[in-house]
Write a protein that binds this ligand. Structure first.
Ligand SMILES: Cc1cc2nc3c(=O)[nH]c(=O)nc-3n(C[C@H](O)[C@H](O)[C@H](O)COP(=O)(O)OP(=O)(O)OC[C@H]3O[C@@H](n4cnc5c(N)ncnc54)[C@H](O)[C@@H]3O)c2cc1C
Length: 469
């Protein structure tokens, strides 16, 4: 592939074998004993990627029972593609829904103002479907795969300290464990991040939003002709308006209707009253599209979540310790990419370690991982924050200009740019066409790492011969 941003060779990807995939690292694999902290979506995906790359992984998870809180989650194509490469397709297939499109709707009346076609466009262009799934099903698919690969998960194992020099962790029960590498996927309140930052806490950006999360019984919706139409075809629908939006889609193969209702709130979660959450949520969206408010009226219980964006860290590694997932790059959920970034992190880490030719290259491998991933995840934090602005204009000139700029995609006309970041061609290619392993390989190549110059020349020549044929 060219080293500049170009889609000119995209046509050839469809011809199987015409272009060789990124050359596999050639160094003798160095098998590491890895202690991984956190069995969330990011930790499990990373454990699977590392095990597949030949390392021995043991997971330490603080909770006594494995699981995921919340309802739906989107698995965008950039994540689905690498999950398939990790062998997860059969584990996910029974639980996923494949929405046909993402539709932006006007807050007041539900009028369609933006539209991204996911089927067949995302499969055609990014070589993997765009899925939605219940979080618990996603988590149990990863757990099942990890179990089938023989990965040991130690439950009730809360890590209270890390020694990045020795490569050891200390658990709340006082025991210590040592490995060649410590990977912390311990979430937004990461203990490991504090150790890495010499006791400092990462400054969080507080964009001033919170979200209600809820699931509606589809049978209730089906019995109401005014709202039943929304279930007819699997799709994501987002109502956007002044400082607020509501993201919806069906999960559980059409059995439940998932809603995330984002609204302004910068108050301390410690003061939130769970007893009034349902009525507060309804009040936030009063006067919005009657179809939407009718569905909101069917919600029987809701949970309110603070939404935070981490700041871009200057380091993710220290000695034998590396952090990833939300621990490293918490972001607003407005690109639906937080867990997807954690999955990419896991694959990137495994790929970078596969370039090592001796254990002495560990810090080089971690450095390359860190360099590549800080840029990618930082840009995704930025894109997520941008959606928080693009979607939340009050009615007026900016909103009108935004909606006018999305009109071609609604009318099926050609367009070269869009404020809908799912549709905007440049953002789409960067977001969903990103090739995690190739980025790591390129970084190693630039550093004169494991890929020898003659191998690169040979690959380039092969590309040219294939193209000439
Ligand atoms: C409303 C909302 C909607 C979202 N929608 C999407 C979406 O559509 N698509 C998407 O890709 N992302 C989405 N996200 C983001 C996604 O949920 C997160 O980015 C992702 O779950 C982070 O995974 P993680 O494994 O890094 O962290 P976590 O899920 O937080 O997992 C951390 C794990 O570490 C364990 N742990 C923590 N501390 C310790 C310790 N000291 N010792 C041992 N174990 C420990 C925890 O118990 C937990 O199991 C959304 C987020 C929100 C809030």
């Amino acid at each position: 592939m060219p080293t500049y941003p170009s889609n000119s060779l995209h046509f050839a990807k469809a011809l199987k074998g015409a272009l060789p995939s990124a050359p596999k690292p050639t160094g003798a694999p160095v098998g590491l004993n890895i202690l991984l902290v956190g069995a969330g979506l990011g930790g499990l995906a990373t454990a699977i990627a590392l095990t597949q790359a030949g390392h021995k992984v043991t997971i330490y998870e603080q909770t006594a029972v494995l699981g995921e809180v919340g309802a739906g989650i989107q698995i965008p194509s950039n994540s689905a593609r690498i999950l398939f490469e990790l062998g997860l397709e059969p584990y996910l297939k029974p639980y996923v829904t494949m929405p046909e499109s993402i539709t932006f709707r006007r807050w007041q009346n539900g009028k369609v103002i933006g539209k991204t076609r996911l089927i067949p466009d995302f499969v055609d262009n990014f070589h993997a479907p765009y899925y939605v799934i219940h979080r618990a099903d996603f988590h149990s698919a990863l757990c099942q795969k990890a179990q089938d690969m023989g990965i040991e998960i130690k439950l009730g194992a809360m890590v209270v300290d890390y020694d990045p020099v020795l490569g050891s962790i200390t658990l709340a029960d006082g025991t210590s464990h040592t490995g060649d590498l410590l990977v912390a996927a311990d979430g937004i309140k990461s203990v490991a991040r504090k150790v890495l930052l010499d006791g400092e806490e990462m400054p969080f950006r507080k964009p001033g939003f919170a979200a209600y999360r809820a699931v509606v019984d589809v049978n209730r919706m089906r019995n109401d002709p005014e709202v039943a139409w929304i279930l007819e075809r699997p799709a994501l629908n987002i109502w956007i308006g002044d400082s607020r939006h509501v993201m919806t889609y069906t999960i559980g193969a059409g059995k439940a209707f998932n809603m995330v209702l984002s609204h302004p709130d910068s108050s301390d979660p410690a003061g939130w009253d769970v007893r009034t959450a349902l009525q507060d949520m309804k009040a936030e969206f009063q006067g919005w599209d009657p179809v939407l408010t009718k569905i909101i009226g069917m919600v029987e219980k809701t949970v309110k979540w603070p939404l935070m964006s981490g700041s871009r860290l200057t380091r993710w590694t220290r000695g034998k310790l590396v952090i990833l997932g939300d621990a490293a790059h918490a972001m607003l959920p407005y690109m639906s990419q937080g867990a997807a970034m954690a999955v990419e992190d896991g694959v990137a880490l495994a790929r970078s370690l596969s370039h090592m030719q001796s254990p002495e290259q560990l810090s080089e491998a971690l450095g390359i991982f860190e360099k590549v991933r800080i840029v990618r995840a930082g840009q995704m934090q930025e894109a997520s924050l941008l959606n928080g602005q693009l979607w939340h204009f009050a009615d007026g000139p900016l909103q009108e200009a935004r909606d006018a700029a999305m009109a071609p995609e609604v009318e099926g006309l050609p367009f070269s740019h869009s404020p809908n970041q799912w549709s905007d061609p440049a953002t789409q290619m960067w977001c969903y066409g990103y090739e995690t392993e190739r980025e790591i390989d390129s970084a190693w190549t630039e550093k004169g790492g494991a890929l020898r110059k003659d191998q690169i020349v040979e690959t380039l020549n092969r590309n040219l011969i294939n193209l000439a044929d």
